[in-house]
Design a protein around this ligand. Sequence first.
Ligand SMILES: Cc1cc2nc3c(=O)[nH]c(=O)nc-3n(C[C@H](O)[C@H](O)[C@H](O)COP(=O)(O)O)c2cc1C
Ligand code: SF4
Length: 481
Amino acid sequence: MSQPVSYPRVAALKTAPQFLARLAELKVTLPFDERLESGEAAPLAQPTEAGGLHPRNRFCILPMEGWDGTPDGRPSDLTRRRWGAFGKSGAALIWGGEAFAVRHDGRANPNQLALGPTSEGDLTGLRTHLVDTHAAAHGRTDGLVVGLQLTHSGRYARPNPGGGWEPITAYAHPLLDRRFPAGVTVRTFTDAELDALIGDFVRAAVTAQRAGFDFVDVKHCHGYLGHELLSAWDRPGPYGGERGRTTFLRRIVEGIRRDAKGLAIGVRVSAFDATPFRKDARGVGVPEAEMRGYAHAFGNLPDPAAAPDLEPARAFLRELERLDIRWVSVSAGSPYYNPHIQRPALFPPSDGYLPPEDPLVGCARQINAVAALKRDFPHLRLVGTSYTYLQEWLPHVGQAVVRGGGADLVGLGRMVLAYPELPADVLAGKPLRRAVVCRTFSDCTSGPRNGLVSGCFPLDPFYKAHPDAARLKAIKEGTPA
Ligand SMILES: Cc1cc2nc3c(=O)[nH]c(=O)nc-3n(C[C@H](O)[C@H](O)[C@H](O)COP(=O)(O)O)c2cc1C
Ligand code: SF4
């Protein structure tokens, strides 16, 4: 796609004053430390603690699936390689590794990891590989905390070979239901089905505990089932309405506390959302409905220049505090219907749209939302998201955010696919290796959207040489084999 709207590249903002001037031009504010600290006293090197988990530094690897498991939901060599890279990164908190489907019909793609008869051994192997790689690179494993993200993909389920959509939603949605191709049946979970699904989440948590994981994340983000239930205000019955929207979470937590005693629980939540976006005639993203007053967002963004409504997130975090859940990974939006909100990028994925705003605006929106929540919930441990697009300036913003208490940990997604050693380099006071800084080309999203594996095809030599790199190039050029 060509770029009708051009934004200055972050790589071209070579000095701190240039970067800050660009933020000022965009009228966005971000915490920023010009001087990076290293050594034991550095803000990003400080340990933190809550609910029995003690990560020894302030970097967190966010969950990222690779669409590279086996058809029966087991990890492959590619999966193990990615988990090894997460271990090598030096980040002390591994938030989930990747989304793990609690049962077959909840897989987001036919290659997603899923609960099955061999899961305990498979997950033990993945976790051990990550821990061993961490030990080999950093000489220690104390203060390394590893969780598993548990999911049902709900509306975005594509469990079977061929990857056709098999959506099971939380409620009928006037805009999203009609996005599926003709012939796809969109059905809604019955109460009895949700009752049964709770048991699958609990069984997956028990398996994770047996496999040695320190915590599980009961996923509530990105448009998948848990997140969609949070906006089920109109759903009748026990799983909808103001109080019922969190029944699903409460019952899962109850089951985990009963059957997996001692296992810590975290939640990754999209703390705000917006209308679905679609391409306009130029290929640029535009809202599909009036943003102000949009009724189906959990925490609506009423206007691109306004702050999102964080009141629903505050109520949710209060509920988490009541449930004695202390760890929250804060994300936003969905990669399916508003990807520029969820993962700001200069280059859209193949099924996306050109960014309707400078991606720096999207980074600031998420980072500032986490800071606002942290002010109100000082006892929760909050992991922030959306730092990758900051590129060279990621450590400067991350350090300032943590130093100022705007988040407890800096969460890293795409950056570690391109540059796994970034946390270790920052903690050691080394300059960044600019050649492997993620430039948000989105190939790691475009690959899987086209049935290929996910990886950093542009920058990681391993994926550059992978057969799917040529396939993806052909797809992007419109000449698939
Ligand atoms: C290839 C890929 C796979 C992802 N898979 C997951 C996932 O399994 N679970 C999840 O919560 N988020 C997932 N995400 C979202 C990331 O965790 C993160 O929120 C997003 O990339 C924004 O962070 P970043 O700007 O550091 O990349 C994925 C992102 C990418 C690029
Ligand atoms: S493919 Fe590589 S450079 Fe592109 S967004 Fe993903 S990690 Fe970043």
